[in-house]
Design a binder for this molecule. Sequence first.
Ligand code: FAD
Length: 316
Amino acid sequence: MKVIDHINKAKSTLFSFEILPPLKGKRIESIYESIDPLLDFSPNFINVTYHREEYVYKKREGGYLEKVSIRKRPGTVGICAAIINKYKIDAVPHLICGGFTQEETENALVDLQYLGIDNVLALRGDPVKTEATFTPKENGHAYAVDLVKQIVEMNKGSYMDNEIQAAPSEFCIGVAGYPEKHFEAPNFNTDLKYLKAKIDAGADYIVTQLFYDNEKFFQFRDACKAAGITVPIIPGLKPISQAKQVTVLPKIFNIDIPEALSDALIKAKTENEAKEIGIQWGIQQSKELIKNGVPCLHFYTMGKSESVRRIVKEVF
Ligand code: FAD
């Protein structure tokens, strides 16, 4: 079932979460171990992230350095298929522009169709670590909006090869939104304008970047409404589990940690205490978001489900 249908049919706030593929070489069981503890709370859908190649330098004979491309976490589509098959829960693969030509994108979407996967989260992807700015592959998409447009064309039965008689796909399309603005955007309003372009292109709903200050989410939601964005906006939540995240998360995700939360984490004497602070913050955040009518709570588990389990046990 499509995410948008889950939302439209729901009588109360839904629960979903996101996992990342295991490191190459690990078995699928490691994924099941992170999903199983959350099954009691009947997740409506599970997202699986996409991780493109990274470049590393390997020392070769004679002291030369060779630039080598490696993908540490392949398997997004296979994991989605395994989730649907094992749990009968809808899986949402993330699909990025980076590293894909338009034809490769189309082929990836065809694979999803064959597997009966009709949800996709359409993203641009970050710049690879060795590049300062995002560079699309030749004949690839520069922005997520272009990926959304390609999927919408497929949904109309229009594929890249105009010669073929193609059946329309039926993808439900999610896109990313940033309550505290995307790190590259010159300002909040410009970022919002580009978010609106993704919705106008045909995206069905928005999932937000993680945040710890609900006020920022509510302001973002109001700004979206004022800009004419009417699709459901799903808040993304990640429980803090380590004291050091107080400085790491702002750097990675371009977000603020509210003073009350950072003060508490800085004072924490043990990692267990820091984890407990993160759980209690997540519970309060979730309760307030539900009270304010969000369609779904979407948790970033990063493969660790214990804190998320504690939170959802309290709020659902
Ligand atoms: P876009 O919407 O294309 O925006 C990127 C930047 O370009 C923004 O600053 C925007 O303001 C600007 N922009 C947009 N359109 C235009 C335009 N037409 N002209 C000029 N500027 C424009 N990354 C992964 O690699 N794998 C994942 O699985 C993954 N999952 C994610 C899930 C969620 C919910 C979120 C919030 C992010 C995720 N990311 C993932 C990270 C994401 O790929 C990065 O944040 C990326 O830098 C931006 O992606 P986007 O889809 O928001 O890009």
